[in-house]
Design a binder for this molecule. Sequence first.
Ligand SMILES: Nc1ncnc2c1ncn2[C@@H]1O[C@H](COP(=O)(O)OP(=O)(O)OP(=O)(O)O)[C@@H](O)[C@H]1O
Ligand SMILES: [Mg+2]
Length: 257
Amino acid sequence: MKPLLETRKLTRFFGGLAAVNEVDLQVAESEILGLIGPNGAGKSTFFNLVSGFHPVTRGTIAFQGRDITGMKAHEVANLGIGRAFQAATLFMQLSVFDNVFNGFHRHYREPVWKAFLHSASVRREEQRARQKVKEIIDFMGLTDYADRKAQNLPHGHQKILGVCIAMATQPKLLLLDEPFTGMHPEETAVMMKVVGKIRDSGVTVVIVEHNMDAVMRLCDRIAVLNQGRKIAEGPPGEIARNPEVIEAYLGSDEEEP
Ligand SMILES: Nc1ncnc2c1ncn2[C@@H]1O[C@H](COP(=O)(O)OP(=O)(O)OP(=O)(O)O)[C@@H](O)[C@H]1O
Ligand SMILES: [Mg+2]
C-alpha cells in the first residue's frame, strides 16, 4: 500500500548545520509512528518541513501520493496535515470552546463579512460549526471544561486542548510534538488514551517525544534521528535494543530508549 506520507532525502540546513539530513521516511496509513532522538536531533525541524513552516533545502515530501514540497503551511493544513506544537499555543483568555472554534474556522465556509448580513444561511452555518466543535470537545474528553478559560486548565488539559485545536482542522495526519512533556503519570495516561482514540478514528499519528515509556507503549513503529540523520527504524522492542540508538542517547546525557 502507498504510504500516507513519504519523505525522500529530506534536508534542511541552518547556515552550515544540517538540522535534517537526507531523511527517507514513510508513514503508513493508520499507524502511530514515534519519532525520537536526543535534543537537537532535528525532530521539530522535520515537523516544520512536513507542515510547510520551513522551506526545505533539498529533498521531497509526498502526502497521499502528491508532491507537497514547497507548499505553504496553510495549503498543507488544507490538505489534511494537522499539528500540535511543542509549546502550547493557546488563547489563554478564551474558553476551551472558543479556542477550538478558532481552530475550526477554516471549515467555516461563509466568509466573515457575510456574518454582518445575519442571514439564515450564516446562522445555520455557525450552528453547524458549533455542533462540530462540541463533538470534537466531547471526543477529546474535555466536555466538563468547555466553558473554562484555557489559562485555568491544569497543564495536562492544556496539552489536550492543544491537540483538540489541531483536530479541529480534521486532519488525516496529525503531528504531535512532545505531547507528554511536563505531565504527571495520570495526565500521561489520559493523553495516551486520547492519542489511541484519535488513531482508532482513522487518523494517522506521528509523535515526537522524550517520554520513552509512553513512546514504547503507544507506537507501532519508531524512527530515530540523531544529528539530523535517521539512524534506525523498526518496532519498539527492536529500537530499544539497537546499539547505535543506545549510543546516541548515552552520548547526550538523556534517558535511554
Ligand atoms: N530556526 C532555526 N534557526 C537556526 N537553527 C535552528 C532553528 N531551528 C532549529 N535549529 C537547530 O537545528 C537543530 C535541530 O533542532 P530541532 O529543534 O529540530 O531539534 P529537536 O530534535 O526537536 O530537539 P528537542 O528534542 O530539544 O526539541 C538544532 O541544532 C537547532 O539548534
Ligand atoms: Mg523539538
